[in-house]
Design a protein around this ligand. Structure first.
Ligand code: AMP
Ligand code: GLY
Length: 430
């Protein structure tokens, strides 16, 4: 079958890698893609939010399935658009409709969904411009640190953890009264701070059935030992040792089942992935957030661990046949190290030539994120997160060693990466 994949990050290169390795895929098109997807599929220069242009492409290229990587087109209703058009309504789309995507698009909506459906989460209250005074009073009554969240999408930057009441009050006023995160902070959720270890859990669902995919741990901060600014993610490890069978059983019973039951009960048509950001607090799972897509860079560690046919999985999601799909996993560990442009997550240059990409090996995978080709066919940096290297191994040590060997072959001007991905996992329980 011919497949159209939307997105241009490391996550999408990992999706593309799995899709083209399935015998079920004839042609894969990626809009807009990156230099990595260009090497294994056909990039198409279309905007992922220009729905009429995407539809024209789908019809003229015999596309039989559409797979959505990032949240933006989902929150803007791409799945609804294809479902509403006569010529495209029967094409399976992997990605929820707008209402389901609101689980990521609005923190207030997602908190209310969790509360209605008894999904464990931190205590919270939501405020607007009209209720700033009540919000300031509420802040005074809470323990520190305290978490402030812009309600809408803020490119991963809309969450502030405030250590002092003064900082919390100032940030709260900036968000609501000075539009610190634009319209995204017209509503602010004030949330109890949860102590514990974070875990990313991935669920494939067709709205009725579900499959829990391999879990992963993300490394969000730019600096080693989790210091400095938040990023989109600097590395990932899968599986995660503290996510043992007993904990994952709690996640399934207390989080996944009520979430899927809630979607069904509330008539939310959801065919896609749910990425549940969890805190393990004293052995109990609490949901920090839902994302309506796979994680980046977690996908680069999670997808290589799926053994069963990936196009079959996507098709089972998109056609509502997930209960007939058998998920099989590989038994290796995967660790991903993200290589970024110097300056990221602040400003950074683009257009630097990347060297050392030749000589791929069997113990690692090279996923492109912000890359592009020039006319000579060189690969150039084109974003903050540039590459994600996944090492495979029988142990975390071996996977890390394979990832870093490959990372050390690839370079460009002012490249930066964290050297401590997975170290906390190696030290876990010691
Ligand atoms: P989010 O954008 O919701 O993923 O939040 C960004 C990060 O902020 C999360 O990955 C957590 O590290 C942290 N965070 C969010 N909510 C809480 C909370 N209630 N308690 C502790 N940390 C949190
Ligand atoms: N790695 C976190 C995210 O994809 O949101």
């Amino acid at each position: 079958m011919n497949i159209l994949l939307l997105g241009s990050g490391g996550r999408e290169h990992a999706f593309a890698y799995k899709i083209v390795n399935s015998p079920k895929c004839d042609q894969l098109f990626v809009a807009p893609g990156n230099a990595g997807t260009a090497a294994i599929a056909n990039n198409v220069a279309l905007s992922i939010t220009d729905f009429p242009a995407l539809k024209e492409f789908v019809l003229s290229n015999n596309i039989e399935m559409i797979v959505i990587g990032p949240e933006e087109p989902l929150v803007k209703g791409v799945a609804d658009y294809f479902a509403e058009q006569e010529e495209t309504k029967n094409i399976p789309v992997v990605g929820p409709k707008k209402l389901g995507a609101t689980l990521e698009g609005s923190k207030d909506f997602s908190k209310q969904f969790m509360q209605r459906n008894n999904v464990p989460t931190a205590a919270s209250a939501t405020f607007t411009k009209e209720t700033v005074e009540e919000g300031l009073q509420y802040l005074k009554s809470q323990n520190l640190p305290i978490v402030l969240k812009a309600d809408g999408l803020a490119a991963g930057k809309g969450v502030l953890i405030c250590e002092s009441l003064e900082d919390a009050e100032n940030s709260f006023k900036e968000m609501l009264l000075e539009s610190k995160f634009g319209a995204a902070s017209d509503m602010v959720v004030i949330e109890e701070f949860l102590k514990g270890i974070e875990l990313s859990v991935f669920v494939a669902t067709d709205g009725k059935g579900y499959k829990i995919l391999p879990e992963a741990k993300d490394y969000k901060r730019i600096g080693e030992k989790d210091t400095g600014l938040n990023t989109g993610g600097m590395g990932a490890v899968s599986p995660v040792p503290f996510a043992d069978d007993a904990f994952m059983q709690k996640v399934e019973d207390k989080v996944v089942k009520p979430t899927i039951a809630g979607l069904e009960k509330e008539n939310i048509d959801y065919k896609g992935f749910i990425f549940i950001g969890l805190m393990n607090t004293n052995g109990e799972p609490y949901v920090i957030e839902y994302n309506v897509r796979m994680g980046d860079p977690e996908t680069q560690a999670v997808l290589p661990r799926i053994k069963s046919d990936f196009v079959d999985l996507l098709l089972a999601i998109g056609t509502g046949n997930l209960s007939n799909y058998t998920l099989e996993l590989e038994d290796f560990t995967a660790t991903t190290v993200v290589m970024v442009a110097g300056g990221y997550p602040g400003s950074y240059p683009k257009g630097d030539k990347i060297s050392g990409l030749e000589n791929e090996n069997n113990s690692s995978l090279t996923f492109h994120a912000g890359t592009t080709n020039n006319e000579q066919g060189d690969v150039l940096t084109n974003g903050g997160r540039v590459m994600g290297i996944t090492g495979k191994g029988q142990s975390v040590e071996e996977a890390l060693s394979n990832a870093y060997s490959r990372v050390n072959e690839i370079t460009w001007k002012d490249v930066y990466f964290r050297k401590d991905i997975g170290q906390d996992i190696l030290n876990y329980g010691k």
